[in-house]
Structures are given as structure tokens and as C-alpha cells.
Design a protein around this ligand. Structure first.
Ligand SMILES: *[C@@H]1O[C@H](CO)[C@@H](O)[C@H](O)[C@H]1NC(C)=O
Ligand SMILES: *[C@@H]1O[C@H](CO)[C@@H](O)[C@H](O)[C@H]1NC(C)=O
Ligand SMILES: *[C@@H]1O[C@H](CO)[C@@H](O)[C@H](O)[C@H]1NC(C)=O
Length: 184
């Protein structure tokens, strides 16, 4: 077998896996902003269906280090500009109508042990926003986590990191929170 053949088989397999593994449902045009991704991997160990309604992006910086704080602020301004992001006027735990940002945190807050800023990210903008962060994160650590209505699991287990993870305070995260009411 040539290496090329092996590569083609591998690519077909991978593409197939992604195509079958992630089903984005658009049940109703009014639900466009939610379009949950359901993972039903037929694995009995999973025990239940997890629905991802949205994601959050958290960018961390050592708030007493001037260079890091500047870098984090620059990245934040760049991101807000690029995606035309408004203030979140709700807590946007699981769901909000559109991409939005929270205040720049110059102190630890909730589960976040150092300076941070955050974005509420609808599924529809996941690829663009995460690609942007992946390209321009520079020296900063970033957490991207899904929102399934189970903050503790979403942050501690199912999130993923760019650079060096920071220890989150799990005691500040609840086991469950309301999911979008019109989905129940
Ligand atoms: C997941 O959801 C589907 C569709 O609602 C249902 O048929 C299935 O039984 C669920 N699986 C589990 C493990 O709950
Ligand atoms: C900040 O950056 C400058 C220039 O690169 C460097 O000289 C300085 O040591 C840095 N300060 C910290 C606290 O990292
Ligand atoms: C990352 O840190 C290095 C060393 O402090 C600095 O020279 C560089 O400019 C930083 N990168 C960005 C994107 O700020």
C-alpha cells in the first residue's frame, strides 16, 4: 500500500466521522440562533444526550503583569472589532440571542483565578471566532467551553485550552443551570 492510499483512506474516514458525529439541527427557522448540536454516539457509557447550546471563550492574563494585561486588552479590542461584539446585557450562561462580551476582569471572579475577559459565542460563529483566537492568542491562555446547562462539566471536563490551562475554582460552578426555555 502506498502512503498516498493510506492518507486518502484516513481522510475519508475522518471526514465521515465528523459528518456523522455532529448533527446540527435546524428544526425551526426561529431556533436558528440555538441550533443545538446533539451527540448521540450510541455509547452506553455516555448515559444521556448532551446538547451544546453555545460556547464561551475565556482569555486569561496575569493581571499584575503590565505586558500581559496590555496584550489581553489589545486582543480583546481586536476581537470585539472583528466580530462587532456588543455588551452582554444578560448573564448568557447557556443562551443569548447573539455574540456578546462581558467586562474585562482585572481580578479573579467566579471560577476564574486570574485576570480574564470573556465572550458568549453562538454555535453559528464558532469556527470563525475560535479560528481567530487560535491565530492571535499570542502569549495568552484561552479556555473554550461548551454550554450544555451543566456549568461544572462544561468548564472542567468538556472545555479545551490553548496554551497552559489555569486551575479553575470548581466550587464556583453549579452542577446545572436553566437551558433555553423555548427548547424544553
Ligand atoms: C437520546 O435522544 C434520542 C432522541 O430524543 C432518544 O431516542 C434516545 O433514546 C436518547 N438516548 C439516551 C441514551 O437517552
Ligand atoms: C515587558 O516587555 C518588555 C519589552 O519586551 C520587557 O523588557 C519587560 O521585561 C517585560 N515585563 C514583564 C513584566 O514581563
Ligand atoms: C509574547 O511575549 C514575548 C516575550 O515577553 C513578547 O516579546 C511578545 O511581543 C509577546 N507577544 C505578543 C503578541 O504580544
Amino acid at each position: 500500500m502506498s502512503n498516498k492510499f493510506v492518507l486518502v483512506v484516513f481522510l475519508c474516514f475522518t471526514i465521515n466521522l465528523f459528518a456523522n458525529g455532529h448533527v446540527i439541527r435546524h428544526d425551526n427557522i426561529n431556533d436558528l440562533f440555538i441550533s443545538p448540536i446533539n451527540f448521540d454516539l450510541k455509547d452506553t457509557k455516555l448515559g444521556d444526550n448532551i446538547t451544546y447550546y453555545s460556547y464561551h471563550i475565556h482569555v486569561y492574563f496575569l493581571q499584575k503583569n503590565e505586558n500581559q494585561t496590555n496584550e489581553a486588552t489589545l486582543l480583546r479590542n481586536r476581537f470585539l472589532n472583528e466580530f462587532n461584539v456588543d455588551d452582554c446585557n444578560d448573564d448568557c450562561g447557556t443562551w443569548c440571542p447573539r455574540i456578546c462580551h462581558w467586562e474585562l476582569n482585572m481580578d479573579p471572579i467566579g471560577p476564574h483565578p486570574i485576570g480574564s475577559w470573556g465572550i458568549y459565542l453562538p454555535l453559528e460563529q464558532f469556527t470563525q471566532a475560535v479560528s481567530f483566537i487560535s491565530m492571535y492568542h499570542g502569549n495568552l491562555t484561552v479556555l473554550v467551553h461548551p454550554n450544555s446547562g451543566r456549568p461544572k462539566i462544561d468548564h472542567l471536563l468538556n472545555g479545551f485550552w490553548i496554551k497552559t490551562p489555569v486551575p479553575l475554582d470548581g466550587d464556583q460552578l453549579s452542577d446545572s443551570e436553566p437551558i433555553p426555555p423555548h427548547r424544553i
